[in-house]
Design a protein around this ligand. Structure first.
Ligand SMILES: N[C@@H](CCC(=O)N[C@@H](CSS)C(=O)NCC(=O)O)C(=O)O
Length: 929
C-alpha cells in the first residue's frame, strides 16, 4: 500500500492523501542508470567536449537516486511532456501530456510497468489539447491536476507549496503567473530540476499577449520563484522551438536575453514581440461542427460553459475532426526534429527499378539474380505493397478515428455528467422547496384548526361563565325567598353548581390542552400573517423557477444522451466502414499475391530487360496527385510534357483496381498504351480512359479510398483484367524486342558506313550486350525516311559528350568525370535511403544499359545500386536545402525516381552541372518513350 500525496507544506501543512493501491512490481531496475546512458550513449572522445553540458545534466540526474525521468516531445506544437517515476514503487507522474501523443505516452507507461498517479498541467495550454481527460479513461486511478487559478476543472487543484509525491520523490508547486494566471512551476524535492511550463523557456519566456498574460507578473514570478533556485537546478520548459532540451537556472539568470534586463525593458520587449499565433491555435479543427455551441473543454473531460474569462483563441480549441484525413496528412507532412522517428507510411523499401538502397554488400552474382527476380516481380510486389500501405493507413486512420471519437464521447460523457449533477442539485432543491411548501400548508392547516379550537374554547368559556353567573345570581336570590321554598332552591342551586363546576373543570382541561399544544408554536408565525403570505408566494415562485430549471436540465440531459448515442453509432459506423475496407483490401492483397507467382515466372521466362518492364500496365507509380513531399524544387527538365508525362506513366495496380468499374471495358485498360507512348504523348486517338488524357488515372489514395472500395469486390473482373494485362504485356514486349533488334541492326549498318572517331571505351566488363560504337560528335543525327520516329536520347547515335559540349559545358576541363559518347562516370556522394549516411560512390551513367549504377569504387567491381532510366522522373538542384545534413549543401542535387529521392553531392560546381545535364537526358528519354 502506498500513496500519492498532494500536500501543501505551508502554511497549513495540508496533506491530501490519495491512498491508492499499488501494483505488485518487483522489477525495480535502475532507470536512472538507463537514463544516463540515453543522454550520453557511447560518447566518443572527439565529440565529448560538445556534449559536456549534457553530461553534466545526466550526471546530476543520476544523483537523484531511484528517479526515472523521461523528456518526451510533440513536434506539432513543440511541446515537451515529462514522465517521472520512482523506480522502486513505480509510482509516476506526467507533466503536460499532449492529446496527439497519448498513444505513445500510454504505451511507454505500460511498457515500463509504471503506475501513473497524477497527470499535471502546468497551465491551460492555448496551443494544444491536453490528453489528461482521455488518459484518465485509459489509466485507471489516474487523477488530473492543475493550478487552482487556471479556471480549469481537474481532480486536484494545486496552489503554492503543494507537494505532489510519487514514491519517495516529490515536486513542489511554485505559482509563476504571467504567461497565464494559472501558470505554475514544479520543483523537484532536491531542487535539481524545475519544470517551468510556459513561464521560463530556454533563453526566452512565455508570451504575455493573451490569456491573462502580464509581463510584469511574469518577470516577478521568474525572478522570485525560479531564479531563487540553485544555479545548477536544471530547467525543463514546456516548449522549445529550436531543439534545445534543457538549461539551468544559473545559465538562464546569466544569459536569458529577456530576463537579464530591467523590469521596464522586459515589459517593453514583451509588448513588442509580435509573435504569430501558435500554429495549432488557429487551426480550424472542428470547424465543421459549427452547430455546437462554443465550449471550453475541461482538463479532465468535463466542460466549462463560461467563455467570458477566456480569450477567443481558447475558443478555437474544439474537438478533433472526424475527417481524420487532414489530421493524418498534417502528421505525415509535419516536420519533426531528428530525434523523433515516425515510420513514413508508403515508403517503398527499394528504389524505383533499382536494387535495395540499404548499401548491402551482396555479390555481383547475387545482385544479378536478385535483379532478375526483382524486375519480374516488381509489378506484383509494388501493388501488394501499395495495398499493404493502404491497410496500414486504414489501421492508422481507425486508430485516429477511435481516439477522436473516444475523446468526443468522453467529453460528452463529461458534459452529461455535469448536466446530470446539476439536474440532481436542482431536483434536490425543488424537493426541499416542496417539503417547505407542504410544511407551510400544514402549519396553515394547523393554524386554522387552532383558530377554530380557540373560538370553540371561547364559546365554552362564555358558556361556563354564564353558568357561573347564573349560580351566583341564584345564590344571591335564595335568602330573599320564602322559607318554604329555600330548601328546594338550595337543592337546585347545589345541582346547578355541580353542573357548572363540571363544566369549568372540562373547560379548564380543554384550555390547558390547547395552551400546551400552542406552547411549541413560534409566536412570530402566529403574529405575522402578512409575512407568511408573502413567503408563500415567494416559495411558489421559486418552486416554479426550479421546476422550469429541472425541466430544462432534463431536456439537456436527454439531448446529450441522444447526442452520445448518435456519437457512438457514428463511431461504430465509421469503424465498420474502415473494417470493411480493410477486409476488402486484405482480400485484394491476397489475390494480387496469388497472381504474383505466375507473373514472376512468366517474367523470368521472357527474360525481359528492366526497360521493357516499363511498358507493363501494372508498373507501380506514385499517384500523380501527390507531389513529392521531400522537396518542392522546380525540376530541371527539358521536356515540356511534364503533365502528360505523369499520365503517360503506366497505370498503377492500385489505380487499376480502383478505376475498374468506371472503365467498363477491358480495352480501357489495355488498348492505347503503346501507340500513345510511341507518339511522344501527343496521340489523341483510341482513348477510352477516364482522365481525359486517354489513360486511367490512379485514384488519390488519401481522398477517394472509401468511395472506391466497392470496386474491390469485383475480384473476378480484376482477375480477368490481369490476364488481359499479361497478354498485352507479352505482345508489347515482343514488339519492343523486335524494334530493339531493328535498331541494333541499323546501328551496326551505320557503324559500317561511318568509322568512329572516339577511342573505344574501356568500361566493358559490366555490359552483357555488345558495346555500341560511338558516332562522331553529333547530337542530332539526320533521320532517314525509313527510320522509325525515335526520341532524341534513345537514338543509338546519340552522343552524350557532344551533347554536353553543345550545351556549353567545359567537358575537357572537368577532370573529375570520365565522359564518353555513351557514358559518364565519376564520384558523387550519395545519401543512404534508410540510414541517412552520406557515402562516396562511383557513379556510372550508361546509355546503352539505360541505367545509372553506383559502385563502391572506380574499378566498378562492387555494385551497390542501380537506378534505371525509366524510373527517373526529375533532376533538380536542391536549392531549398531539403537535404539538411548534406556535407556540401551548395553542391547537392536530387534525382527523383517515382518512389524516392536520391540526394547526390558533386565534388565541384562544374561536375554537378554536367551530372545534372547527363542525368536529365535519362528523364527525357523516359518521358518520350
Ligand atoms: N511560432 C510559434 C509560436 C509559439 C508560441 O506562441 N508559443 C508560446 C507558448 S505556447 S502558448 C510562447 O509563449 N512563446 C514564446 C516565444 O517567445 O516564442 C509556433 O506557433 O509554433
Amino acid at each position: 500500500m502506498c500513496s500519492v500525496l498532494i500536500g501543501r507544506v505551508k502554511p497549513a501543512q495540508r496533506t491530501l492523501a490519495l491512498s491508492l493501491r499499488l501494483r505488485a512490481n518487483t522489477e525495480g531496475s535502475s532507470y536512472a542508470a538507463a537514463e544516463s546512458r540515453r543522454f550520453c550513449p557511447g560518447v566518443s572522445a572527439d565529440v565529448e567536449p560538445l556534449l559536456a553540458p549534457r553530461r553534466s545534466y545526466c550526471s546530476r540526474m543520476a544523483q537523484t537516486e531511484g528517479l526515472f525521468f523521461r523528456q518526451l516531445f510533440e513536434s506539432e506544437s513543440s511541446t515537451y511532456t515529462y514522465l517521472l517515476a520512482d523506480t522502486e514503487t513505480k509510482e509516476a507522474i506526467l507533466i503536460d501530456p499532449v492529446l496527439e501523443t497519448i498513444d505513445r505516452d500510454v504505451k511507454l507507461i505500460q511498457e515500463l510497468g509504471l503506475n501513473l498517479k497524477v497527470a499535471v498541467n502546468t497551465h491551460c495550454h492555448a496551443d494544444h489539447i491536453t490528453s489528461t481527460g482521455l488518459m484518465k479513461k485509459r489509466l485507471v486511478g489516474l487523477k488530473s491536476a492543475i493550478s487552482k487559478f487556471s479556471g480549469a476543472s481537474a481532480d486536484i487543484h494545486l496552489t503554492e507549496g503543494d507537494k505532489i509525491t510519487f514514491g519517495k520523490h516529490y515536486l513542489t508547486v511554485r505559482q509563476t503567473p504571467g504567461h497565464t494566471d494559472g501558470c505554475m512551476s514544479l520543483v523537484s524535492g532536491d531542487q535539481n530540476m524545475v519544470f517551468t511550463g510556459d513561464a521560463l523557456l530556454i533563453r526566452g519566456c512565455g508570451r504575455t499577449d493573451f490569456q491573462q498574460g502580464c509581463a510584469k507578473k511574469l518577470y516577478e514570478s521568474i525572478h522570485q520563484k525560479i531564479f531563487t533556485l540553485p544555479d545548477h537546478c536544471l530547467v525543463y520548459p514546456a516548449h522549445d522551438y529550436l531543439g534545445q532540451t534543457a538549461s539551468t537556472v544559473g545559465e538562464e539568470r546569466k544569459f536569458n536575453p529577456r530576463l537579464t534586463k530591467s523590469l521596464e525593458e522586459f515589459v517593453k520587449i514583451m509588448n513588442n514581440l509580435n509573435l504569430p499565433k501558435p500554429k495549432k491555435i488557429v487551426s480550424p479543427v472542428g470547424a465543421d461542427r459549427g452547430s455546437r455551441r462554443p465550449v471550453i473543454r475541461g482538463w479532465d473531460g468535463s466542460t466549462q460553459t463560461s467563455v467570458d474569462s477566456l480569450s477567443e483563441w481558447t475558443l478555437t480549441r474544439e474537438m478533433p475532426q472526424h475527417n481524420m484525413e487532414s489530421t493524418r496528412s498534417q502528421w505525415q507532412q509535419g516536420l519533426r526534429p531528428p530525434w523523433i522517428t515516425r515510420v513514413a507510411v508508403g515508403q517503398s523499401p527499394s528504389s524505383s527499378g533499382a536494387e535495395s538502397d540499404t548499401e548491402s554488400s551482396s555479390t555481383e552474382s547475387e545482385k544479378s539474380s536478385i535483379k532478375k527476380q526483382e524486375v519480374g516481380s516488381q509489378r506484383v510486389l509494388q501493388p501488394t505493397s501499395l495495398l499493404q500501405q493502404r491497410i496500414k493507413e486504414i489501421d492508422q486512420q481507425k486508430e485516429e478515428l477511435k481516439i477522436g471519437l473516444q475523446l468526443e464521447i468522453a467529453l460528452l460523457q463529461g458534459e452529461l455528467q455535469t448536466e446530470k449533477s446539476q439536474l440532481l442539485r436542482r431536483t434536490q432543491k425543488l424537493q426541499a422547496l416542496q417539503r417547505e411548501a407542504r410544511q407551510t400548508e400544514n402549519t396553515q392547516r394547523r393554524h386554522t384548526v387552532r383558530k377554530k379550537e380557540r373560538e370553540s374554547l371561547e364559546e365554552e368559556r362564555r358558556r361556563v361563565e354564564e353558568l357561573k353567573r347564573r349560580c351566583e345570581e341564584k345564590e344571591k336570590l335564595i335568602p330573599s325567598q320564602p322559607e318554604s321554598q329555600r330548601e328546594q332552591l338550595n337543592l337546585q342551586l347545589q345541582q346547578e353548581k355541580e353542573v357548572m363546576e363540571a363544566a369549568v373543570r372540562a373547560f379548564e382541561d380543554w384550555e390547558f390542552r390547547v395552551l400546551e399544544q400552542e406552547s411549541g408554536i413560534d409566536e412570530e408565525e402566529e403574529s405575522t400573517a402578512d409575512e407568511e403570505v408573502e413567503a408563500e408566494s415567494g416559495a411558489a415562485k421559486e418552486i416554479s423557477c426550479q421546476q422550469h430549471a429541472v425541466n430544462t436540465a432534463q431536456e439537456r440531459v436527454q439531448q446529450l444522451e441522444r447526442q452520445l448515442k448518435e456519437m457512438e453509432r457514428e463511431k461504430e459506423r465509421e469503424l465498420n466502414a474502415l473494417r470493411k475496407e480493410r477486409r476488402e483490401l486484405v482480400h485484394t492483397t491476397q489475390l494480387v499475391l496469388k497472381e504474383k507467382k505466375p507473373l514472376t515466372d512468366w517474367s523470368n521466362i521472357t527474360g525481359s530487360t528492366p526497360c521493357m518492364m516499363s511498358l507493363s500496365p501494372l508498373t507501380v507509380h506514385k499517384p500523380p496527385q501527390e507531389p513529392c513531399k521531400e522537396s518542392v524544387s522546380l525540376p530541371r527538365r527539358r521536356s515540356s510534357h511534364r503533365n502528360n508525362k505523369l499520365n503517360d506513366r503506366p497505370l498503377s495496380a492500385q489505380g487499376l483496381v480502383r478505376t475498374l468499374p468506371d472503365s467498363q471495358s477491358p480495352e480501357a485498360f489495355t488498348s492505347p498504351l503503346l501507340s500513345h507512348r510511341l507518339s511522344n504523348g501527343h496521340s489523341s486517338g483510341h482513348r477510352t480512359g477516364t482522365n481525359g488524357s486517354g489513360l486511367l488515372t490512379p485514384c488519390n489514395s488519401t481522398t477517394s479510398s472509401r468511395a472506391a472500395s466497392p470496386c474491390l469486390l469485383d475480384l473476378v473482373e480484376i482477375e480477368k483484367k490481369l490476364r488481359e494485362a499479361k497478354a498485352e504485356r507479352e505482345r508489347l514486349l515482343r514488339e519492343r524486342e523486335e524494334r530493339r533488334r531493328l535498331l541494333l541492326e541499323e546501328r551496326r549498318q551505320k557503324e559500317l558506313n561511318s568509322p568512329r572517331t572516339d577511342p573505344p571505351e574501356p568500361e566493358t566488363q559490366q555490359s552483357p550486350e555488345p558495346e555500341p560504337k560511338e558516332q562522331p560528335k553529333a547530337s542530332t543525327p539526320p533521320k532517314s525516311p525509313e527510320q522509325p520516329s525515335l526520341p532524341l536520347f534513345l537514338s543509338p547515335n546519340f552522343d552524350l559528350r557532344a551533347h554536353l559540349e553543345s550545351l556549353g559545358h567545359g567537358v575537357t576541363g572537368c577532370t573529375d568525370l570520365r565522359l564518353t559518347s555513351r557514358r559518364c562516370a565519376g564520384f558523387l556522394t550519395k545519401r543512404g535511403g534508410r540510414v541517412k549516411t552520406w557515402k562516396k560512390r562511383w557513379f556510372l551513367f550508361d546509355m546503352d544499359h539505360r541505367r545509372l549504377a553506383y559502385y563502391t569504387d572506380c574499378d566498378e567491381r562492387k555494385l551497390k545500386g542501380v537506378i534505371y532510366f525509366q524510373a527517373i522522373e526529375e533532376v533538380y538542384y536542391d536549392h531549398l536545402r531539403t537535404a539538411t545534413s548534406s556535407p556540401r549543401p551548395t553542391l547537392t542535387f536530387c534525382v527523383k525516381t517515382y518512389d524516392r529521392l536520391f540526394f547526390l553531392v558533386a565534388s565541384n560546381a562544374v561536375s554537378m552541372r554536367i551530372w545534372m545535364d547527363v542525368i536529365v537526358t535519362a528523364t527525357d528519354e523516359h518521358s518520350r518513350y
